[in-house]
Design a binder for this molecule. Structure first.
Ligand code: C2E
Ligand code: MG
Ligand code: MG
Ligand code: MG
Length: 285
């Protein structure tokens, strides 16, 4: 009985794996773009960039989110050609943005799986894609996670340093959820810490989350890193984060991840960002 179930499982996984190969060959993967927002110093929100998030536009099943297929892609090794496609697509997009004043300064963040980063030729591969696209490498930000740091730390740091020496930006995604040793953090050649949404979700109700986020912010400040909070959904979370020193945000409060045309429309006509905060109302005389 157990064997039968296992066999069914293997068959299903093989089917998805075949399906992923087809998707790659036939161009059924796509990127959605979620704006990253910063307060511009005058109380207004400004879109400073986007995170590219992978979507599988399945002809029968509709739009499939990465939670449904990334781990299988990692197990099967398909994450390598898929990740390669993501990087090419992101660089093509950045090259296009570079030609327009409104989009030329945007950065684009791309998620990189640990297994992808560990490929021996990952660094030359990325540098080749960046160079061919002709983009300013500092506009491309690679999002790495702490899972990368559990082994071969010296080799990982060496590769990170090389990417940074060539001008790319590096961000530590989901920060605080993984192998968080403060000892390694000071050795990491990174530009940005991304505060994980699990700390933001209950921020206003959970004193522990408040304490953690304050600590992450002060850590980022002392190490001179850019800070961005993900999963910002409410004006109250935003206000708290601002008051506690986190200057950049990503989340449904501003926008969910958007297809490229809608993202570009949003950049062209920025909605009134809820970052805007006028003078406090005067108490009635
Ligand atoms: P992540 O890199 O931490 O991306 C943030 C995820 O949070 C995205 O989910 C995004 O849609 C979601 N999100 C953004 N704002 C909010 C919010 O305010 N509230 C809530 N509840 N969620 C929010 P998504 O697009 O489903 O991606 C999930 C994960 O899949 C990503 O987490 C990333 O780890 C992975 N992923 C996405 N694209 C790629 C890719 O191209 N390559 C690799 N290797 N992994 C990817
Ligand atoms: Mg990410
Ligand atoms: Mg994240
Ligand atoms: Mg996450």
């Amino acid at each position: 009985m157990v064997l039968v179930i296992m066999q069914a499982d293997v068959t299903a996984r093989n089917a998805i794996e075949d399906d992923m190969r087809t998707a790659l060959a036939q161009g059924h993967f796509t990127l959605h773009y979620q704006p990253q927002v910063r307060e511009d110093g005058h109380g207004h929100g400004q879109v400073i960039g986007a995170e590219a998030l992978l979507r599988w536009d399945h002809p029968q099943r509709g739009m499939i989110l990465p939670g449904k297929f990334i781990s299988l892609a990692e197990e099967t090794g398909l994450i390598v050609p898929i990740g390669d496609w993501v990087l090419r697509k992101a660089c093509t997009q950045l090259a296009e943005w570079a030609g327009h004043p409104r989009t030329a300064a945007l950065t684009l963040s791309v998620n990189v799986s640990a297994s992808q980063f560990r490929q021996p030729d990952f660094v030359p591969q990325v540098l080749d894609i960046v160079q061919r696209s002709g983009i300013d490498p500092s506009r491309l930000k690679l999002e790495l996670t702490e899972s990368l740091l559990v082994k071969d730390m010296d080799e990982v740091v060496r590769k990170m340093a090389e990417l940074r020496a060539r001008g790319l930006a590096l961000s530590l995604d989901d920060f605080g959820t993984g192998y968080s040793s403060l000892n390694y953090l000071k050795r990491l050649p990174i530009d940005q810490l991304k505060i994980d949404q699990s700390f933001v979700r209950d921020l206003l109700n959970d004193p522990n989350d408040m304490a953690i986020v304050r600590t992450l912010v002060s850590l980022g400040q002392s190490l001179n890193l850019m800070l961005i909070a993900e999963g910002v959904e409410t004006a109250e979370q935003l206000a708290w984060l601002r008051e506690n020193g986190c200057p950049a945000y990503q989340g449904f409060l501003f926008s969910k991840p958007l297809p490229i045309d809608l993202f570009e429309k949003l950049v062209a006509t920025p909605p009134t960002m809820p970052v805007a905060q006028g003078p406090r109302p005067r108490p009635a005389a």
